[in-house]
Design a protein around this ligand. Structure first.
Ligand SMILES: *[C@@H]1O[C@H](CO)[C@@H](O)[C@H](O)[C@H]1NC(C)=O
Length: 136
């Protein structure tokens, strides 16, 4: 029983270190025209065979020095995966209208993706990744 518990903990930590969540678009430092919708593409390996499953994401545009839970405009909420990659990863892709914070004011911002997922074992999980961008 003790061995089994240890093995379970080991598997959980391996899972956490290999599953990757990446904002493919926009890229870090990208300059975005705030009058134009931009391509948001997020890839979560949480459905890629790591025993976790990705459920949905929110997209938030927040101040550059913000941290979780990223207060700010919520241009996209409850987006479910739009496609599945060959390795089983969940792909989320949509166009985001940046006019959500200060009416689309120019400046440095964070584009954050908050992901809702089922962790290994079935418990609900929440995670966030972000990239800095500049609106002009
Ligand atoms: C975003 O860009 C990617 C790569 O060019 C493309 O495959 C995807 O369809 C685009 N998403 C939207 C919502 O236009």
């Amino acid at each position: 029983m003790k061995f089994f518990t240890t093995l379970t903990v080991l598997l959980a930590s391996v899972t956490a270190s290999f599953a990757q969540q990446v904002i493919v678009s926009p890229t870090s430092g990208q300059v975005i025209n705030s009058n134009t919708a931009f391509n948001l593409t997020y890839v979560s390996q949480r459905s890629g065979g790591f025993r976790e499953s990705s459920i949905k994401i929110d997209v938030v545009i927040s101040e550059i020095d913000a941290s979780f839970p990223f207060p700010g405009g919520l241009p996209i909420s409850d987006l479910t995966p739009t496609s599945t990659a060959a390795d089983g990863s969940s792909i989320y892709s949509t166009l985001v209208n940046p006019i959500v914070l200060d009416g689309g004011a120019p400046g440095n911002r964070l584009v954050a993706v908050v992901e809702y997922f089922n962790a290994a074992g079935g418990n609900p999980g929440l995670d966030a990744v972000f990239v800095p961008v500049t609106f002009v």
